[in-house]
Design a protein around this ligand. Structure first.
Ligand SMILES: *Cc1c(COP(=O)(O)O)cnc(C)c1O
Length: 378
């Protein structure tokens, strides 16, 4: 089969509108760091998400790092983090010399479990060591149980960083995700729902945080013509060229959400009748961007395991991926405390992410579901 027949998990999907912005940046020689696209992109992101202030950065991971710096996370501080996620959610905790504490998922949205979270918060309370921050994730675009998590954040006085890296365009109780926490982050990595080729953003309703993020992301240069520094900074700013790509992408975000939701509908309609196949469940008050559609396969009802299915799809030139391996099972985090049961582990063992690009044709969707049925029924 030709490489062009390959179906990727979540490839970039350009709108054709990006080149105009890139050309404009080149024509005006705004190729270097800041510039008008960057300012415009930040304003558009703020408008789109309904969060007042935005800083466009070099990655989603950088955005989480700055959020932790802004919350004054320091050496030996505790930071709570959802275990079932990509390492980019948790690694910045360690950049700060702080200690992650991982939390299990609930089985509906697959996100941070309020019961396990409260258990962890109570435990910290008893020890008199209040966590500095709580990182909850909207996994694969599915909004977390935001109301429950916000209540716990308030009850125990621990600020929330919403990791909305995968969830741009998702909605919870009529508002965009990313607008609930003290801060939130988005990723524009190449596989995300829209891309700047690589990049991220930090959002907050608090202007102070975002002003400070802009300052820290440009090496913390004080007001002076010579380079004066009274704080440690970072080189985390998004470039004006990347922001131009982002502008062209953000114009089509609603289409992208619709297309990804259609992929989910296709999989659901074609696979949910198979005994043992499960999906992430969208609560009534939530609307997921369905960045990735993932299925679970119950080994009591299905002989094929996810890895066998993945290999079978690979033979058909179809890329699929296991669900994220939980952080508390990662060798690098083996000594970190963990609260909860086996849900995250079970989702990892039983889950498989299916191709979910917004440029998937119905012909290709049908190729995928046929290949899945072929494997499960032979
Ligand atoms: C992609 C991702 C990140 C990190 O974003 P980058 O832009 O790749 O640094 C963080 N958290 C989650 C859940 C992600 O999927």
């Amino acid at each position: 089969m030709a490489l062009s027949d390959k179906i990727w998990l979540s490839p970039p999907h350009m709108s054709g509108r990006e080149m105009r912005y890139i050309q404009e940046a080149f024509d005006n020689n705004w190729v270097a760091p800041a510039g008008p696209h960057l300012t415009a992109f930040e304003a558009q992101l703020a408008r789109y998400t309904g969060v007042a202030h935005a800083a466009a950065l070099s990655s989603g991971t950088a955005a989480i790092h700055l959020a932790l710096v802004l919350l004054n996370v320091q050496r030996d501080d505790l930071v709570i983090c959802q275990s079932l996620t990509f390492a980019g959610s948790a690694n910045p905790i360690v950049y700060q010399g702080a200690k992650p504490m991982f939390i299990d998922s609930e089985m509906a949205t697959w996100n941070i479990c309020p019961n396990a979270l409260e258990e962890a918060l109570k435990n910290c309370d008893r020890k008199g060591k209040k966590p500095k921050a709580l990182i909850g994730v909207h996994l694969y675009g599915m909004p977390m149980l935001t109301h429950e998590i916000l209540c716990l954040s308030q009850k125990y006085g621990v600020p929330i960083i919403e990791d909305a890296a995968e969830a741009l365009g998702s909605i919870y109780e009529g508002k965009k995700v990313g607008s609930f926490g003290d801060m939130s982050i988005i990723s524009f990595n190449g596989n995300k729902i829209i891309t700047t080729s690589g990049g991220g953003a930090l959002l907050s309703k608090h202007k102070d945080y975002i002003d400070k993020a802009h300052f820290l992301a440009m090496q913390a240069r004080d007001q002076a013509v010579h380079y004066e520094h009274s704080e440690i900074g970072y080189n985390y700013r998004m470039s004006n060229v990347c922001a131009g790509i982002g502008r062209g992408q953000l114009e089509v975000i609603e289409d992208r959400v619709l297309q990804r939701r259609k992929n989910y509908d296709w999989y659901y309609n074609n696979l949910s009748s198979i005994p043992g196949i499960g999906f992430q469940i969208e609560p009534k008050n939530a609307h997921s961007n369905r960045w990735l559609t993932a299925i679970t396969m119950d080994p009591n009802l299905i002989d094929t395991c996810p890895e066998q299915l993945r290999k079978h799809l690979d033979l058909h030139n179809i890329e699929s991926r296991p669900v994220w391996k939980p952080m508390h099972l990662q060798p690098v985090y083996k000594d970190a405390p963990y609260f909860g049961g086996k849900n995250a582990e079970l989702l990892f063992k039983r889950g498989l992410c299916l191709p979910s690009g917004s440029n998937l044709s119905e012909k290709n969707l049908s190729r995928i579901t046929q290949a899945i049925r072929e494997k499960l029924y032979t």
